[in-house]
Design a protein around this ligand. Structure first.
Ligand code: AMP
Ligand code: GLY
Length: 424
């Protein structure tokens, strides 16, 4: 089969690495990809926002299956446009992608189906939103309804912070995303990322993972897209997984089907494991980044038949096999990320680092120029490793990190600390 992956990050490099290993794959393309993806796939310069250009490429190259990595093209209806042109694609339709594209939609679905989540109200004007936040008291969480590239969630420690966030969003700082706002209860507990493949009806749970969203050691500093991840997630016990499926994921899948907008693709439930059990923090309609990287390292089965089965509605009784080993990834980012950073600095030593036992390096934001690898984004590299324990995977990943010469980059030195401490 000829396959096209859409996206440019570490998630897409990991997907390309896994799909390139499938005996079913003939030609593998990625648009736009990066310097790491280019080791696995032919990178093509197509803008994912130009749906007709994607369709035209698929027809010209006889693409049999498209895998959409990021949320923006999903929420914009790329899968609908591909399918309408007769091209099979993995990922939810525009209507189903509202689970991520509209926080209000996801919360209202939870309320209507008794799915455990933070208490909330949604608003289209600042004054009632502020009145609700004042009544509820701090800490409280303010969320823009639409996609906001990671800037749409403010965890307010004081009522003044909540009011400032509400003003910021309704003031237009996040554009369209902020024309509606959800104000919700602050949940306490440990967070985990739970993934399932879904074919509209049936689900196949994938491994769980935990990521580190804050920029600095000790889960300190600004929120980021994710500075590292590991799998399995010790907090997701078999009992928690069963509850997450029965109380959160399956009622959602049933509700989406009943609304006439069945969910197909990977569903990523961001969970808070509270004293009362798992509660939904948010849905994402795609693989997590960098969680995907650790899932792909642990997946023993061929990924491609699973993605096709999800698209074709035949996931029932589908089983995936996983390595029992742990996987961990350390994100190397450009200094200044998630704020301002410079692009174009040179990275040296990747080949040496990749020789460390169990290590696989995925590129998140790089480009190749005259044989040199240059940083080309905020999050730049994912240094991943398998190990018999999280501690061993962590040691291997940092051994590889230390062989990479990139003075303009930084990483956290404590990825996986909760899992390592738990096992002491
Ligand atoms: P994002 O991935 O940018 O949507 O970030 C959302 C992050 O904000 C989550 O990973 C949580 O750490 C935090 N968060 C969101 N909603 C809540 C909530 N209701 N209670 C506590 N933390 C939350
Ligand atoms: N790692 C968090 C996300 O992909 O949204």
């Amino acid at each position: 089969m000829n396959i096209l992956i859409l996206g440019a990050g570490g998630r897409e490099h990991a997907l390309a690495w896994k799909l390139a290993a499938s005996p079913l794959t003939d030609r593998l393309y990625c648009a736009p990809g990066n310097a790491g993806v280019a080791q696995e796939a032919e990178c093509v310069a197509i803008d994912n926002g130009d749906h007709q250009a994607v369709v035209a490429f698929c027809k010209a190259r006889a693409i049999d299956f498209v895998v959409v990595g990021p949320e923006i093209p999903l929420v914009a209806g790329l899968v609908d446009d591909l399918e309408a042109a007769g091209i099979r694609a993995f990922g939810p339709s525009r209507a189903a992608a509202r689970l991520e594209g509209s926080k209000r939609f996801a919360k209202d679905l939870c309320r209507a189906n008794n799915i455990p989540t933070a208490a909330y109200e949604s608003f289209t004007a600042a004054a009632p939103a502020k009145a609700y936040a004042r009544r509820a008291g701090a800490p409280i969480v303010v969320k823009a309804n639409g996609l906001a590239a990671g800037k749409g969630v403010v965890v307010a420690k004081t009522p003044a912070e909540a009011e400032a966030a509400i003003d910021m969003m309704f003031g237009g700082a996040l554009g369209e995303a902020g024309t509606a706002v959800v104000v919700e209860e602050f949940l306490t507990g440990e967070e985990a990322s739970f993934f399932v493949l879904c074919d509209g009806d049936s689900v196949v749970p994938l491994a769980a993972a935990q990521d580190h969203k804050r920029a600095f050691d000790g889960d300190d500093g600004p929120n980021t897209g994710g500075m590292g991840a590991y799998s399995p997630a010790p907090v997701i016990t078999p009992e928690i997984e069963r509850r997450a499926l029965d109380e959160i994921v399956l009622p959602t899948v049933r509700a989406m089907k009943a609304m006439g907008t069945p969910y197909r693709g990977v569903l990523y439930a961001g969970l808070m494991i509270t004293g009362e059990g798992p509660k939904l923090v948010e849905y994402n309609v795609r693989f997590g980044d960098p969680e995907c990287q650790v899932l792909m390292l642990r997946l023993m089965s061929d990924l491609l038949p699973a993605l096709i089965a999800a698209r074709d509605g035949v996931l029932k009784n589908f089983a995936l096999r996983w390595y029992s080993q742990a996987a961990l990834t350390v994100v190397m980012a450009a200094k200044g990320y998630p704020g301002n950073y410079v692009k174009g600095s040179e990275i040296v030593g990747l080949a040496e680092a990749a020789k460390v036992e169990g290590v696989e390096i995925f590129h998140a934001g790089t480009r190749r120029e005259n044989g040199r690898i240059l940083a080309n984004g905020g999050r730049v590299l994912n240094v991943c490793a398998l190990g018999n324990t999280v501690r061993e995977a962590q040691a291997r990943a940092y051994e590889a990190v230390d062989k990479i010469k990139w003075p303009e980059g930084f990483c956290r030195r404590d990825i996986g600390f909760r899992a390592v401490e738990r096992r002491k």
